[in-house]
Ligand binder design. Structure first.
Ligand code: HEC
Length: 143
């Protein structure tokens, strides 16, 4: 009986966690996840554009606007249409970059140079939280 009660309380706790702030990614774990991004993206002091754009300050930035990086037109169009990266949006984008842009632009022909897809939701949230730690404009997680 005690066990059943504990179980119910634990479930209630999980439910609460799921319904409060989205931005519950673990930045420390996200740093590990970022290894998957390093083939194409540089981040941190002195980082430069590479295969992909520089990711310093990406949270809070208008999509497709890093100086000197040559984006695909769809990414620039998304920025022009009002896409500003938040942790949530980066996490969504990482699930399937092409599908994300197609949905955002409502354009079935939209495309992107970024081919990586991150399947695990935790990985996506963690890496987005990590990016936020390297973004001056990121607001602290809150609901
Ligand atoms: C195979 C290379 C590659 C990998 C791996 C990769 N990216 Fe990208 N990423 C790109 C390219 C190329 C672009 C530019 C897309 C375009 O112009 O269509 C991009 C764009 C982005 C953008 C939009 C940036 C902006 O300035 O608007 C974000 C955010 C991003 N990547 C995050 C990540 C994260 C986080 C990871 C790791 C989980 C990752 N990427 C892995 C190549 C990559």
């Amino acid at each position: 009986m005690g066990l059943a009660k504990t179980g119910i309380m634990a479930l209630a706790g999980l439910f609460l966690m799921a319904t409060t702030a989205f931005a519950d990614g673990d930045a420390a774990k996200g740093e590990g996840v970022f290894k998957k991004c390093k083939a194409c993206h540089k981040i941190g002091e002195g980082a430069k554009n590479a295969t992909g754009p520089l990711l310093n300050n990406v949270i809070g930035r208008v999509a497709g606007t890093v100086d000197g990086y040559s984006y695909k037109p769809s990414m620039v169009a998304a920025g022009a249409a009002g896409l500003i990266w938040t942790e949530e949006l980066v996490a969504d984008y990482l699930e399937d970059p092409k599908a994300f842009l197609r949905a955002f632009l409502n354009d079935p022909a939209a495309s992107t140079k970024m081919t990586l897809k991150l399947k695990k939701e935790d990985d996506r949230e963690d890496v987005a939280a990590y990016l936020a730690t390297l973004s001056a404009a990121a607001t602290p997680a809150s609901d």
